[in-house]
Design a protein around this ligand. Structure first.
Ligand code: ATR
Length: 311
């Protein structure tokens, strides 16, 4: 049987395991739990940290657009009690959760059922709670990137030479959906070449995806995607300059108030365009919205609102 929330001393359901230190306790007001009048379905993004998340703003904007009644909040869960926190949110009446760092892998493991794309990514960013208490996991990151490239940026991946830089969790989430766009050539380059080999073998048949170290790159790519964690410390992966030609698109999965270090480096080398991951963020959210509400919101207006706040 699934665990249930316990009652706190103040009469509110107490959600989240409370270890002696560093605990995160989530209290949901009774009025929200029994919101019969509104029938507002409740959602949240869970992470650690999570207060910086733009997901509440994005999902609320989609909901207004599509006339969906929902409540969406950001909830920090304790890393040592993530699963218990999720179970308690489920028991407390949440309909679904978005999952962000550092919980995507553990969310995958706790799911009762996962989509094929989540299985390959080995990570889940969207949880849905079914009426029979099943936890269904999906991963919308890869399709979010592909939609941003194809629909918003008009970058055609088909027949393009595509380079994924990095072989960690972020790269794993996007590699298979990108391969499905049928690029002319897909290469995964990583600082630690053995991890690139592992990822290439996982997502493609032999000879379909080429793994390499940074210094093995000698020819330029049409699309170079930075899926490393380097941008988080304002670093640029040590790629050769030959990775770009004048028509290349440089795409950084990270986003910030200012162009990232990778974008600035690529622009300095004369690429056609350099973009950050804000579009992917909005598109992955739109796919989660579809999973939960079966409605496809327009992403462009939400993106421009966020962009005006970011820049
Ligand atoms: P994430 O889930 O964010 O992808 P991860 O699984 O720890 O995190 O993977 C981080 C990725 O960024 C790895 O590909 C890592 O390269 P290594 O496998 O060689 O560690 C890459 N990375 C991190 N910092 C980097 C840097 N300064 N230059 C190049 N690659 C970097």
């Amino acid at each position: 049987m699934k665990s249930r929330g316990v009652m706190g001393h103040d009469g509110c359901p107490k959600l989240g395991y409370s270890p002696p230190r560093r605990s995160v306790v989530i209290r949901i007001p009774m009025t929200d739990l029994f919101d019969f009048k509104n029938h507002r379905r409740r959602f949240a993004v869970v992470g650690h940290p999570v207060m910086h998340s733009k997901s509440p703003q994005i999902h609320e904007a989609f909901a207004r657009q599509c006339n969906v009644s929902l409540a969406y909040e950001a909830i920090a869960l304790d890393p040592i009690a993530f699963e218990q926190g999720v179970r308690n949110l489920q028991a407390g009446g949440m309909a679904g959760l978005n999952v962000t760092l550092p919980f995507k892998e553990v969310a995958f493991r706790l799911s009762d059922e996962v989509s094929e794309r989540a299985r390959i990514a080995n990570a889940v960013n969207t949880l849905s709670f079914s009426e029979n208490d099943q936890v269904i996991g999906d991963n919308t990151d890869g399709i979010g990137l592909v939609r941003d490239l194809q629909q918003n940026l008009s970058v055609s991946c088909a027949d393009a030479r595509v380079l994924i830089v990095g072989a960690g969790g972020a790269a794993r989430g996007i590699a298979q959906p990108l391969l499905q766009t049928r690029p002319a050539c897909m290469v995964i380059a990583n600082r630690t070449a053995s991890r690139a080999r592992e990822l290439a073998a996982l997502i493609g048949s032999p000879g379909e995806v080429y793994p390499c170290a940074f210094d093995e790159i000698s020819d330029p790519f049409d699309l170079v995607i930075n899926a490393t964690a380097a941008s988080l410390s304002s670093e640029v992966p040590a790629l050769p300059e030959a990775v770009f030609h004048s028509g290349s698109t440089a795409y950084d999965l990270a986003y910030a108030d200012q162009p990232t270090a990778f974008m600035r480096w690529a622009l300095g080398l004369g690429v056609a365009q350099a973009v950050d991951g804000l579009g992917m963020l909005v598109e992955q959210a739109a796919e989660s919205f579809w999973i939960w509400h079966r409605q496809r919101p327009q992403t462009a207006p939400v993106m421009s609102t966020l962009r005006s706040g970011v820049r």
